[in-house]
Design a protein around this ligand. Sequence first.
Ligand SMILES: Nc1ncnc2c1ncn2[C@@H]1O[C@H](COP(=O)(O)OP(=O)(O)OP(=O)(O)O)[C@@H](O)[C@H]1O
Length: 275
Amino acid sequence: MTTPDRGAAPLVLVEDLEVHFPVRKGLFGRTTDVVKAVDGVSFALERGRTLALVGESGSGKSTTGYAVMGMERPTGGRVVIDGVDRATMSEAQVREATRRMQIVFQDPASALDPRMRVGDCIAEPLRIHGIGTRASRRERVAELLELVGLPPGAATRLPREFSGGQRQRVVIARALALEPEVIVCDEAVSALDVSIQSQILNLLLALQERLSLAYLFISHDLSVVRHIADDVCVMQHGRIVEAGPVDTVFVAPAHAYTRALIEAVPRLERATRAP
Ligand SMILES: Nc1ncnc2c1ncn2[C@@H]1O[C@H](COP(=O)(O)OP(=O)(O)OP(=O)(O)O)[C@@H](O)[C@H]1O
């Protein structure tokens, strides 16, 4: 993507983003209501940084992530990728933005085609983008497997032969295939056991260090966010109620909703530990 001020602009800039959905209601769905999933959200994500979006279910985190990815069209505001507004991108710029930005979802089982060998899953984005020969793609798959801590032999096996954590490694390897600069992690470790969660979080941190990746990290789990993020935006009802460095927001939360989210963590842990 060519921009005059490339390097100066944040990698992702979100300004006054609105995603409103019309929802049919009433008898025979004759009237429409509007769900304001995202309602005036602004933030900047810089290269090599992790910005977390936290908030309870339905607060608009995923919809924000989808708008950043270009998977959901804003009804207001702007998503600017490296200085270029998504709304004004040419087809070639959209293709390039698609390459530079990848998304990892919660459930690795549904993200992988169960009939496809792991090597083919990882090579698929390269094939779709017409990158490399069969042989060079095979080499790249080997590199990517090593990068995410899987053995080379994994390439010829099927996803069902792997544990949940290993499958999420495969998903991450595929997301890395096109050398992205931003990865949107949408509850990327939420489906995993706690011990596996920390392995995947540590992998994400190591990959960030090595590849200067930026993460937009969507999670309802504050302890996970504290482990991985530099900055955090707390979302409620489609709006950001508080934002700042993780240490500031979690140590001295300014907003009552943030305090309630933080207070809910030990209560939940106590409840799950109770006999
Ligand atoms: N396509 C859609 N049509 C109508 N409403 C939608 C649509 N997508 C999301 N919503 C609504 O927008 C609101 C925000 O949803 P979103 O999934 O972004 O929240 P979230 O914070 O990611 O929550 P969760 O973690 O449960 O996914 C919710 O009320 C949801 O029901």
